[in-house]
Design a protein around this ligand. Structure first.
Ligand code: HEC
Length: 106
């Protein structure tokens, strides 16, 4: 019983950190919007859309830029300014956008 309680408390403590804070992510995203667009849909053709990407992918990619596993002259510098908490919050924010896709008509 005690073990179950410990496990449950652990999950409750971890959940907010895992989920990321949307408001904090939104605030941080203003520094990304120049290239990735205000709502994560990029106007600059060199920058990818971030809206609707999975949080896991965004987190992994930003950590890859930090560690030099993926390199880009802009992102490698920007990612190094972010804490792990910033990354989780940004990932939660961009992943929360709902994307609809329309197949091109031919
Ligand atoms: C100066 C322009 C610029 C800014 C500012 C910028 N990015 Fe980027 N970002 C890019 C470009 C260009 C790429 C594609 C780089 C590549 O080819 O690896 C990219 C790639 C990414 C990717 C990988 C996307 C994918 O589909 O693989 C993520 C995630 C990302 N940026 C997140 C962010 C976040 C979060 C911020 C704000 C903290 C940010 N970027 C700020 C230009 C920018």
């Amino acid at each position: 019983m005690k073990q179950l309680f410990v496990a449950a408390s652990f999950i409750l403590i971890c959940l907010p950190a895992f989920g990321g804070d949307l408001a904090a992510g939104k605030a941080l995203s203003s520094q990304c919007s120049v290239c990735h667009g205000k709502n994560g849909i990029a106007k600059d053709p060199e920058s990818p859309n971030l809206a609707g990407l999975s949080a896991l992918y965004i987190e992994k990619t930003l950590v890859d830029y930090q560690k030099g596993m993926r390199e880009d002259r802009r992102m490698s510098i920007i990612a190094k300014t972010l804490s792990m908490e910033d990354i989780k919050n940004l990932a939660a924010w961009y992943a929360a956008f709902e994307i609809t896709v329309k197949e091109p008509s031919m």
